[in-house]
Write a protein that binds this ligand. Sequence first.
Ligand SMILES: [Zn+2]
Ligand SMILES: [Zn+2]
Length: 420
Amino acid sequence: MKIKSIRGFHDILPESIKRWHFVEDAAKRIFELYGFSEIRIPVLEFTDVFSRSLGTTTDIVEKEMYTFTDRDGSSLTLRPEGTAGIVRAYIENSMHAKSSITKLYYTGMMFRHERPQKGRFRGFYQIGAELIGPQEPSSDAELVVMLWRFFEEIELTPFLVLEISSLGDQNCRPQYKEKLVQYFAPQKEELCEDCQRRLQVNPLRILDCKQKRCKEIAANAPSMLDNLCEECETHFNYVKENLLSVGIPFTINPKIVRGLDYYTRTVFEITTDKLGSQNAVAAGGRYDGLVEELGGPATAAVGFAMGMERIVLLQEIALPEGFQKKVDVFIAYLGEEAKKAAFPLAFNLRKKGVSVETDYGSKSLKSQMKRADKLGANFTFIIGEEELKQGVVKVRDMKESKEEDIKFEDIINLSETFQP
Ligand SMILES: [Zn+2]
Ligand SMILES: [Zn+2]
């Protein structure tokens, strides 16, 4: 039997990697401008890190985590998201003692045992950022603005909508939850099985249910935004004002609840209608209680994560062209002597920053030219017997279809000519 990859896991092949680099590079560039530094943390953590932070009643912890028992009997989990591990690292490395403001971003693979579909994998890549320390609303706004700027940079904003809301805090959310329970309880029998259970453990999540009947019932449910306490209201207004001041377009969607328990106050999602049911490409919010929950000092924080596969899919729709890898120079040779001369020539050109491809065997000139074409080489160097004798290289400009003999010793000095 042939070996194959695990269902829901995928390879990112060289032909699409340019696009991935484009997205990743833009994220890094923009995040660094906003003062964020990269952090790299393990993909594997003690299960507690996730069950304590995500909440034991969330879908992720209940049924999607890759959890197993290590040889010494401890329970380990492949990270289903980035924030919990970052907060664990923040506490373990006493980052709070080094600075009152910590700005971190990360990129890497996450693991969730979900039903695979277009744009949704079990092993998938996320990029995220966490702003830990400040509780002021301008930090929420700055993070959202940074995320939007990133999407502008990769030319996706025409396909995206920014939605924001507030989930309140420990001061006003409990009363709101109570109101929700009162609203849903008389219609309990009509809710889906999941929502009947949510009514006991986490009624907010009913607002998020995708089932048609649940959606209909939830449509008239009381809104968190009408039930915010004064501090939460002021905080939310400030965030909106900041966004307006830099012209970032947003809509208010009180139905955003986020799947995770740790969010407080500001929550946001960036969605698209171009990818079918997988409409969220980025999401985040404030999580003021999490650092303390995981054993650190009481510390405010706000963050987001985005799904790379969906962004890359959308990117293909937005910018279909221009992501092929190109080579500057292809060196074609004829005969063993020419092949030996081509080797140091390629070495020295690459040292000068020119990307060079060449063959290894002794194929015909025609098949070498074919490969040069396929690689999209800008220039092809041809070294045959005659060229060797005269100490020159035949340089063909592939775009202009022009040829010129250049002396071997001059080629390296002309290396800039061959770079785009
Ligand atoms: Zn439901
Ligand atoms: Zn409140």
